[in-house]
Design a binder for this molecule. Structure first.
Ligand code: ATP
Ligand code: MG
Length: 355
């Protein structure tokens, strides 16, 4: 199988190297033959080619079985023209690959639960999956910024728009994911005030009745969901939501995990899926070999599960991470008394060896 590697900028380079070390070990153990194609994106691509998303990168990603991305951006490119900012590379590749489904698992590892801003007993055991619609809704609906009218009143609007097929494909994904998990979907909307949410709720309910009667479905208003994520995150299994609510709730949910360095994400469409840690390029610690590669290594596990059909290898990587943490090894961001501090690459080597 072919994997396109897009290390990008800052710590992206270090964490992708560590993750590849782990993927290589998994490939050896599970008999996979992996061919890597390293390509440019973000600031690194601007420096080399003048644009944040070269054609060669798109071509490679489109023909790959999966894409592994590090992170893009950094202060070095703060002053480039808006149309070629590093982040444009990220939006561009998502669009080129038609990635409509964003997955963010939030699993609070017992090894870092004490770092959560919430009480340890409240968060430990939390294991939820946010399924966010990524290519529709208010971010892509018609926008209008009108000049002041005769009375001098200025107006602006954004249209929240969804079609039935868009809702069905993301909801189907959430129901299927719940089947493999704890069998529970919480659909999040604002059906008390939004027409688009009323259609969303109706379609999701119909699908549950017709095809997924074995799955428990709850409908939450987004304001209540935001509150419940803090009060009792352990109640959620799969959280299904639209683009804007998913954007907000996934950031909220990620902080309860206690460490930004450990969380992975996947963006899926009808063809190639893309996998990346949720954090950015962390320019403040780049090049020092101290970045936590676990978010990227968990992203590799997601890649094996969702794009490469290698569930056993994904499970093995996650179990190996647990064993390495159990033995007390930590990158500096998670280190403390009685623990052993290791570098980014050492962490990758330890997990690979554990496999
Ligand atoms: P972006 O705009 O790309 O999201 P950001 O500035 O919002 O970037 P990050 O780059 O994610 O955020 O960094 C936020 C903070 O978390 C920084 O202090 C960074 O050093 C730290 N951080 C992020 N990722 C990691 C990691 N993998 N290991 C250790 N620390 C990290
Ligand atoms: Mg950020």
């Amino acid at each position: 199988m072919k994997i396109t590697l897009l290390p990008g900028d800052g710590i992206g380079v270090e964490i992708v190297d560590a993750a590849v070390e782990v993927l290589d070990a998994a490939a050896k153990k599970f008999g996979m033959t992996i061919e890597y194609d390293k390509q440019l994106i973000g600031g690194a691509a601007i420096d080399a080619t003048g644009v944040p998303l070269p054609e060669a990168t798109i071509a490679s990603a489109k023909t790959a079985d999966a894409v592994l991305l590090g992170a893009v951006g950094g202060p070095k490119w703060d002053n480039v023209a808006p149309e070629i900012r590093p982040e444009k590379g990220l939006l561009g590749i998502r669009k080129a690959l038609g990635l409509y489904c964003n997955l963010r698992p939030i699993k609070v590892s017992r090894f870092v639960a004490h770092l959560s801003p919430l009480k340890n007993e409240r968060v430990s055991g939390t294991d939820l999956l946010i399924v966010r619609e990524l290519t529709g809704g208010i971010y892509f609906g018609a926008k209008n910024e009108a000049a002041p009218d005769a009375d001098g009143v200025e107006t602006a609007s954004d249209v929240e728009i969804y079609t039935r097929p868009e809702v069905e494909r993301i909801a189907r994904f959430a129901f299927e994911a719940a089947k493999k998990r704890r069998g529970k979907v919480t659909s999040v909307d604002k059906a008390n005030v939004l027409a688009s949410s009323r259609m969303w709720r109706r379609i999701v309910g119909e699908m549950q009745a017709q095809d997924y009667s074995g799955i428990e479905l709850n409908n939450f208003y987004v304001d209540n969901c935001a509150m419940q994520l803090v009060l009792n995150p352990g109640q959620f299994d799969v959280v299904l939501t639209n683009n804007i609510f998913g954007d907000i709730l996934s950031d909220e949910a990620s902080v309860i995990a206690g460490s930004i360095g450990m969380l992975p994400s996947a963006s899926l469409g009808d063809s190639t899926g893309m996998y990346e840690p949720i954090h950015g390029s962390a320019p403040d610690i780049a090049g020092q070999g101290i970045a936590n590669p676990l978010g990227t290594i968990y992203s590799v596990a997601m890649m094996l599960r969702y794009s490469l059909d290698q569930d056993a290898a994904a499970d093995a990587i996650e179990a190996s991470i647990d064993r390495v943490l159990e033995k007390g090894y930590r990158t500096p961001d998670l280190c403390g008394e009685g623990l052993t501090k290791v570098s980014t690459s050492q962490m990758g080597q330890l997990i690979a060896a554990e496999l």
